[in-house]
Ligand binder design. Structure first.
Ligand code: ZN
Length: 229
């Protein structure tokens, strides 16, 4: 049986690493980029470049999603702070204002629809609970529940749908080390990624995403290829 996977490709560091993790593990990997009113088109462009390694790449615009939720990632007038906004018992300082309620719920559901339509049984997502800012929809418990829900929602011929999260328990430094291990194509893809909340590549160096990214490369003893790209 042909083993196909759908990867949620954002244009960021984690999903680019996951794409290259998935390529040797599946017969074909199909990229899905969902845009829901992010502030910056640079990340979408990065996804386009990185996604050329996939067997197919679909872009879906979800403009309506932005009108349902409020987040600093979507709302240009709101500043992105490290902390603030929603309260969560596993994030005692509060969730960052960059949290988009239900984002991974929606994205994984759409990925499951795509998977069912192309005969893929696996979704690959670059979520991580180790360095996570407290996002509840990045935790392993959510991913397990979502895989069950996606499977239940699909016809028996399309089940089970599994969700692979190779970065779930890795620190940012270990994710950098994994990308290095995956080879030159993965490393080059990392150089194309956009992490910065300002949409810059290389990043602004000041926003929480840039600080986290820089710390990961420093701890891994590597130079960020985005600075050389
Ligand atoms: Zn930045």
């Amino acid at each position: 049986m042909t083993r196909r996977a759908v990867i949620l490709l954002s244009g960021g560091q984690d999903s680019a690493t996951c794409l290259h993790w998935a390529l040797p593990r599946f017969d074909s990997v199909h990229a899905l980029t969902l845009s829901y009113g992010q502030r910056h088109a640079t990340e979408i462009e990065a996804a386009r470049t990185i996604g050329r390694a996939a067997a197919s790449h679909i872009f879906v615009e979800l403009p309506a999603f932005g009108s349902l939720v409020s987040s600093a990632l979507l709302d240009g007038g709101q500043s992105i702070d490290a902390v603030g906004g929603h309260v969560d018992d596993q994030a005692p300082q509060g969730l960052p204002t960059s949290f988009v309620p239900g984002r991974n719920l929606v994205m994984l559901a759409l990925a499951a629809s795509h998977a069912c339509s192309i005969g893929a049984r696996t979704i690959v997502a670059g979520v991580c609970q180790t360095d996570y800012s407290g996002y509840p929809d990045c935790r392993a418990s959510f991913i397990e529940a979502m895989a069950r829900a996606c499977s239940e929602a699909m016809p028996s011929s399309a089940r089970p749908i599994g969700i692979e999260t190779p970065l779930m328990h890795l620190s940012k430094a270990k994710t950098v080390a994994l990308a290095r291990l995956l080879g030159p194509a993965a490393w080059a893809a990392l150089g194309q990624t956009v992490t910065c909340y300002e949409g810059q590549r290389p990043g602004c160096g000041k926003c929480p995403a840039c600080v986290l990214r820089a710390r990961g490369f420093a701890e891994a003893g590597e130079e960020d290829p985005a600075h050389a790209a």
